[in-house]
Ligand binder design. Structure first.
Ligand code: NAD
Length: 361
């Protein structure tokens, strides 16, 4: 019997609806496998602005740090109509997200992109490619590189010039590479490291450090791929990938491309990890204000994020497998929320989908 303490941030929009379903599934797992999940609910985003005037209090950060992991729904509202977006950018909902990522030292972002055979119709790729299926994990460095380098705009001879700098230290590369190889060991044991080593020094260092780390993982197959080729391979032959390991900007672009080829935002989980086992787990989509409060949202992305939490922060692989198998089964049985419904399938609500998944655990 184990006891785990989870910080839960339901957030805004569909966040409370989808997180409630994920908690239901975690409780079912607890019942079946003999664990207790204690939840501490914290405010972040618009709901925190409404209560505290700021999108994330220092107290909420401290409490999140005390937990074994954080489960997050989504934050934010309609960016054209919500009063939250009349505030200074530092006080808007998204500032809470940036603050918590920084405070928790989350440097590794994981986004699985998996094509379920039952949802092949939503995949925008040709049938012969979709038929082969794919199941990859994009592992993106989150706190270094071009987005965090020095930047400035200067004027030279009356013309403006903008400069952004791309910096990576070997320690920054090593810690994400170790994470990437550890995760490959829990999967099909292949790492594709993506860089631009034919042009960039930072990429040549990236490649050298990845090769060094690889020596400690003799079971893992390693390949290096240039980012432009990877962008093409993702649409030409996505089945070849297991773990894609890459730096911040390349990962930003490639992970969106990979999620597009799955065709369904409501199915996409994600995780951000720090140096320990601690992580924050959340669906890849936003707060979907257009369908919030209607019990229509697809809770599967959040339920699969909870499965990642079990696997990566709590080392509960069997339990994570059970959730993933239940999701596959519910799709096989023909149940769909409104975002993935198609002819011949059964439309269910957010809470019904949660119940159906629990029944299959
Ligand atoms: P969105 O992902 O919220 O919605 C895009 C479309 O996908 C909408 O039509 C929505 O109904 C649909 N959708 C998303 N998730 C769904 C689900 N689980 N089930 C069914 N349909 C789903 O993106 P947006 O409209 O650009 O942004 C809305 C708000 O979310 C904004 O305030 C934005 O800043 C915020 N946002 C938050 C996060 C986060 O919390 N990490 C991420 C992205 C956007």
């Amino acid at each position: 019997m184990s006891n785990f303490n989870l910080a839960v941030i339901k957030g805004d929009g569909i966040g409370p609806e989808v997180v409630t379903e994920a908690m239901k599934v975690l409780d079912k797992i607890g019942e079946k496998f003999g664990h207790t999940f204690n939840y501490e609910q914290l405010l972040m985003g618009g709901c925190s602005i409404d209560v505290h005037g700021v999108p994330l209090t220092d107290e909420a950060v401290e409490r999140a740090k005390q937990a074994d992991a954080v489960l997050l729904g989504s934050i934010g509202g309609n960016t054209s109509t919500s009063p939250w977006y009349k505030l200074d950018p530092s006080l808007r909902p998204e500032a809470g997200l940036l603050k918590i990522r920084k405070e928790l030292g989350l440097f590794a972002n994981l986004r699985p992109a998996l094509l379920y055979p039952e949802l092949k119709g939503a995949c925008p790729l040709k049938e012969e490619i979709a038929d082969k299926g794919f199941d990859m994990m994009i592992m993106r460095e989150l706190t270094g590189g071009l987005y965090f380098g020095e930047r400035k705009t200067v004027e030279e001879n009356g013309k403006k010039k903008a400069i952004d700098t791309l910096t990576y230290s070997e320690d920054e590369i090593r810690r994400i590479a170790i994470r990437g190889f550890d995760i490959a060991m829990k999967r099909r044991k292949k790492v594709t490291s993506v860089d631009k080593a034919n042009v960039l020094d930072s990429s040549r260092l990236w490649r050298a450090v990845v090769n060094e780390v690889a020596k400690d993982y003799p079971e893992v197959e390693v390949e290096h791929m240039l980012v432009d080729n990877c962008a093409m391979q993702l649409v030409k032959d996505p089945a070849q990938f297991d773990v894609i390991l890459t730096e911040n900007m390349f990962g930003d672009i490639l992970s969106d491309e990979a999620s597009m080829v799955t065709g369904s935002i409501g199915m996409l989980a994600s995780a951000s990890l720090n140096e320990t086992k601690f992580g924050m787990y959340e669906p890849s989509g936003g707060s979907a204000p257009d369908i919030a409060g209607q019990n229509k949202a697809n809770p599967i992305a959040t339920i699969l994020s909870a499965a990642m939490l079990l696997r990566f922060s709590l080392d509960l692989d069997k339990e994570a497998d059970a959730i993933e198998a239940a999701v596959k089964q519910v799709l096989k049985d023909g149940y769909r929320t409104c975002d993935i419904v198609s002819e011949g399938t059964k439309l269910v609500s957010c809470s019904e989908m949660g119940d159906l998944i629990c029944e299959r655990i």
